[in-house]
Design a protein around this ligand. Structure first.
Ligand SMILES: [Fe+2]
Ligand SMILES: [Fe+2]
Length: 289
């Protein structure tokens, strides 16, 4: 039997994150770059991708308000007091890094999509909103896990390049804030499923929607970003063992949503999305519109 996760525990987790992890200030960064050309060659596109994803937190908050019109206090506390203030700094710091490297500023997508607005209109029915909540937590767990994995690799890579200022004052501090986000979503999704509040038809619909709409981090359902994500996964070496990556990213979801499927390590749509991204990258490269 899995451990029981209470709302109190989640609340305490959020409060702890707020106390222990203040947003990283731009001034705390040592902007020394030893070899901008080498960093650009190895990680230029990756930094751009991550800067955009982090800066899109402002759109994610708008989407959240659309999707969860009756947002719970602990969720509100998390996104308003912890998550958004931390992520926006990640974005600003990474975007300044890439401009220090001589690359153009990133262009985040800040417009809430039509799809999201339709889902939001439906979410005024409380039974639909409960499904939206579960999908929000699962999306959060999957994307935050991808952030953790990416920053781990970049941190090692920057050290290998001898870029200790970037590693120590940018990537390490950012990387330390991501696991707490992942834990919030993991605990919240687990608590919701354990509560038994969701009826079988709601869980069924959640599975169908997840299967149809699963997106890797930052792809926004668009092929040009999918291709870029394929480039990021390639640059970070995740393509060497895609199933391992899918397992890391999809494990929680397999356990919570697909528990009846014996022995499933990750939902098949996670690996499918990865393969699709990599194929698009091979076809189009990074810059294709
Ligand atoms: Fe972040
Ligand atoms: Fe995060």
């Amino acid at each position: 039997m899995a451990e029981q996760i209470t709302q109190l525990r989640i609340l305490e987790h959020v409060q702890r994150l707020g106390e222990q992890h203040p947003p990283i200030s731009l001034d705390s960064v040592d902007r020394e770059v030893r070899d901008p050309r080498a960093v650009t060659e190895k990680y230029g596109h990756v930094v751009d991708y991550l800067a955009r994803v982090e800066l899109e937190v402002d759109r994610n908050v708008l989407e959240l308000l659309v999707l969860l019109p009756d947002v719970q206090e602990v969720d509100r506390l998390f996104y308003a007091d912890v998550w958004q203030p931390q992520e926006i700094q990640h974005g600003l710091i990474l975007d300044r890094l890439q401009q220090d490297l001589g690359r153009p500023a990133t262009v985040p997508e800040l417009e809430v999509s039509m799809k999201m607005k339709v889902m939001g209109a439906l979410a005024h029915f409380s039974s639909i909103q409960d499904i939206a909540r579960l999908l929000y937590y699962l999306t959060g767990a999957s994307t935050e896990r991808q952030a953790v994995l990416a920053y781990n690799v970049i941190n090692d890579g920057m050290r290998q390049l001898g870029e200790s200022a970037i590693a120590e004052t940018i990537i390490t501090p950012i990387k330390q804030q991501e696991p707490g986000h992942f834990a919030f979503y993991r605990m919240s999704a687990t608590a919701l499923v354990q509560s038994g509040e969701l009826k079988p038809w709601q869980l069924y619909l959640a599975r169908v929607l997840r299967e149809k709409t699963y997106n890797l981090v930052g792809t926004n359902g668009q092929d040009r970003y999918r291709a870029q994500m394929g480039g990021v996964a390639t640059a970070l070496g995740f393509t060497d063992d895609l199933e391992k990556y899918a397992r890391e990213v999809g494990r929680i979801e397999a356990q919570l949503l697909w528990a009846d499927q014996q022995g499933m390590d990750f939902p098949p749509y996670v690996l499918k999305a990865l393969r699709q991204s990599i194929d698009l990258y091979k076809e189009r490269g990074f810059e294709a519109a």
